[in-house]
Design a protein around this ligand. Structure first.
Ligand code: C5P
Length: 206
């Protein structure tokens, strides 16, 4: 029997952390769908220009190796991801695979921007995770500064805001909460408290 948990929300709101913890708790498989777009963006960048053709080809030919690249967490890969993510043919190329993952036996947690609205509108549990812009920038800065000591919180903030604007305003599968999503603001919630709330909601739905 399949059971799907859809977790959406803007960058650095805590989706990934909650998704991993929930998956570990219930023994569900976890898919970070942002990684698919990051790998597509990075692969398209490798070819020179990121355009609709190179991006669609990159998405259609994604391999395990592409997903394991160690440059996918950088700010540049994030921006390239949100550029290719606005191309309908790229999203279409990645859709079936995500849906098959969601319906695997044993349960699945998918996190992204359009899981509850487009990829898995039938998901048993939907969460939409947010946090204030300043808090998200601080969190993402703390991660990225280890590799780039000169990076400022202000730069990270404007990067996140540009990406969120692009993700929320695109025509195809824009970032937004599903009508039946539980809204989670993690600005002042500890990781433990956010995870405990998510687990309680899932337990109610099982
Ligand atoms: O979640 P993450 O920050 O890694 O996602 C990178 C980018 O991939 C997002 O800014 C968004 O443009 C895109 N994305 C998407 N749909 C998803 C997951 C990610 O459009 N389901």
């Amino acid at each position: 029997m399949s059971f799907t948990v859809a977790i959406d929300g803007p960058a650095a709101a805590g989706k990934g952390t909650i998704a991993r913890a929930v998956a570990a708790h219930f023994g569900f498989a976890h898919l970070d769908t942002g990684l698919l777009y990051r790998a597509t963006g990075a692969k398209a960048l490798d070819t020179g220009a990121v355009d609709a053709t190179s991006a669609e080809q990159a998405a259609r030919a994604l391999s395990e190796e592409d997903l394991a690249r160690d440059d996918l967490r950088t700010g540049d890969a994030g921006q390239a991801a949100s550029v290719v993510a606005a191309i309908p043919a790229v999203r279409a190329a990645l859709l079936d695979w995500q849906r098959a993952f969601a319906r695997r036996a044993g349960g699945a947690v998918l996190d992204g921007r359009d899981i509850g609205t487009v990829v898995c509108p039938e998901a048993e549990v939907k969460l939409y995770v947010t946090a204030s812009d300043d808090e998200r920038a601080k969190r993402r800065h703390a991660e990225l500064v280890k590799a780039r000591a000169e990076l400022t919180v202000a730069e990270v903030l404007s990067d996140l805001q540009a990406r969120d604007r692009r993700d929320a305003s695109r025509d195809t599968a824009p970032m937004k909460p599903a009508a039946d999503a539980h809204l989670f603001d993690t600005t002042t919630l500890s990781i433990e408290a956010a995870v405990a709330r998510a687990i309680a909601l899932i337990e109610q739905a099982r």
